[in-house]
Write a protein of this length. Structure first.
Ligand code: ZN
Ligand code: ZN
Length: 220
């Protein structure tokens, strides 16, 4: 499996900061970790946030408007300007699933216990904490998912094949981030079955801290 494919759709700064701060639900952590293992760009950006420290980011979010915040922000900005000195290299994993995902599944594609959900689409729900859920989806080439809206945030990471929807086309390594404002109908490309890792949260869990953090750092 060649992981050198061009990735066009990336994680947001809010997700990378949330991951660095440890404030994401487990299901989102898995999607973020899987994207990062395929994407040099996001891995480098995460390195910058982790250099600052998740604790500091969290504190900055809680102490809005204080003098300490300005100091902390300077440190954050300086660290980001400096950039990561040497981002850890991606560990190439043979197969479809990066190692972070293989740990959850207990192997690669052949270890997945698929269950049909109709229209030829199959899924396998992975065990995580209840605050959000994550599943593998297998969409036959050319098939459409039911059109749908979202009650929270949905992260969809492509692992094999590709899909298109009203917004764009997503291939291996690409992540689509859909929110309540989005309504879409994903359709799998012709070719190999489209296999995605998709996470959705409980509405209030993700929307509290992260939008506040995002505002705080919007000028970055
Ligand atoms: Zn990326
Ligand atoms: Zn969706």
């Amino acid at each position: 499996m060649n992981d050198m494919t061009q990735i066009n759709h990336h994680l947001t700064d809010e997700l990378l900061m949330g991951y660095a701060a440890g404030s994401l639900p487990e299901a989102f952590n898995l999607v973020v970790a899987t994207h990062i293992s395929l994407c040099d760009e996001c891995r480098a950006q995460l390195g910058a946030y982790e250099a600052v420290g998740g604790a500091m980011l969290e504190e900055a979010g809680l102490n809005a408007g204080t003098a300490e915040l300005a100091v902390e922000l300077d440190a954050v900005l300086a660290a980001i300007d400096a950039g990561p000195t040497e981002p850890p290299a991606a560990k190439p994993t043979p197969g479809v699933f990066p190692s972070a995902l293989q740990d959850y599944v207990g192997g690669d594609l052949e270890a997945v216990k698929w269950r049909g959900v109709g229209m030829g689409v199959k899924q396998a729900i992975l065990k995580t904490s209840k605050s959000a859920s994550v599943r593998l989806l297998r969409i036959p080439a050319g098939a459409a998912m039911p059109d749908h809206g979202h009650h929270g945030t949905e992260l969809t990471l492509v692992l094999q094949g590709a899909f298109k929807d009203e917004n764009d086309r997503f291939a291996r390594g690409d992540i689509e981030i859909a929110t309540e404002a989005d309504h879409h109908t994903p359709i799998a490309d012709v070719g190999p079955d489209c296999i995605c890792l998709a996470a959705t949260d409980a509405p209030l869990k993700f929307r509290g801290l992260l939008p506040k953090l995002a505002q705080r750092f919007a000028r970055i």
